[in-house]
Design a protein around this ligand. Structure first.
Ligand code: SF4
Length: 239
């Protein structure tokens, strides 16, 4: 499929955004499946899914609705071994084409350039180098991308559309799980016997890089374990 200019993509995003907003009110799970089929029909090989390898719901849903779909994993060099294990299992168990995307510099090279533990001194810079720039690079070949963000996760995500516009990258941004609740995720994972990151059962409801993720107590905000003791709440890839 040929690349579309940003103006045409923006029109697609606006039209689909209005349509799937209504669908998500009728059925959050149904809208997730429908929007993935729409992405496949609309963008062909010019769209991809990102997955952080926590509950693997998005990778599985995409594999079932659009077999062979490209799934991007941002390999920051700082992941828990459990997360890398889930990534490897997904790549052989689900019908996806897994793209392991790494930063321009390895962790030792970054340490040499910026000093060790940049994540402690300047986590925004560290995320920019190890997540945002690699994703920007990986998405260059695509017109649209889908992520696993949900409205329920945090106040900053409460207005998340099912289909929106990625202003920074001039691409269509798809959020198939936008309207899903935690109960929807659990039900889908149980019904399909999904691969799950074992850390989810060990007090890590939101799993990111090892240096920036802490265990949370039952009942606490699930994302409060990400960059604890900092005002930072997002890595920047969803801006
Ligand atoms: S989450 Fe932490 S370790 Fe991972 S890229 Fe961001 S600052 Fe660096």
């Amino acid at each position: 499929m040929k690349a579309r200019p940003p103006g045409a993509l923006r029109e697609l995003a606006d039209e689909a955004g209005a349509r799937f907003a209504g669908e998500s009110v009728r059925s959050a799970v149904g809208a997730g499946e429908q929007v993935l089929r729409w992405a496949e029909q609309t963008f062909g090989d010019r769209w991809a899914v990102t997955d952080s390898m926590s509950d693997t719901v998005l990778a599985h849903l995409a594999a079932c609705t659009t077999p062979g779909v490209a799934v991007i994993f941002l390999d920051t060099g700082y992941h828990f071994p459990e997360t890398l294990g889930v990534r490897d299992a997904v790549s052989v168990s689900y019908d996806v084409r897994l793209l392991n995307v790494v930063a321009a510099r390895s962790v030792p090279e970054q340490d040499a350039e910026h000093g060790p533990r940049l994540y402690e001194r300047d986590p925004d810079r560290c995320c920019a180098l190890r997540k945002v720039e690699p994703l920007d690079r990986a998405l260059e070949q695509y017109d649209a991308w889908a992520g696993g963000a949900r409205r329920e996760e945090s106040p900053t995500r409460s207005g998340l559309p099912v289909v929106g516009w990625d202003t920074r990258r001039n691409k269509v941004k798809i959020n198939p799980l936008a309207a899903w609740t935690s109960a929807d995720l659990r039900a889908y994972a149980a019904e399909h016997d999904l691969l799950l990151n074992p850390l989810l059962r060990e007090g890590f409801p939101s799993i990111g890089c090892r240096p920036c993720t802490r265990r949370v107590e039952p009942g606490q905000d699930p994302r409060s374990g990400r960059w604890p003791d900092r005002v930072k709440t997002e890595c920047g890839i969803h801006r």
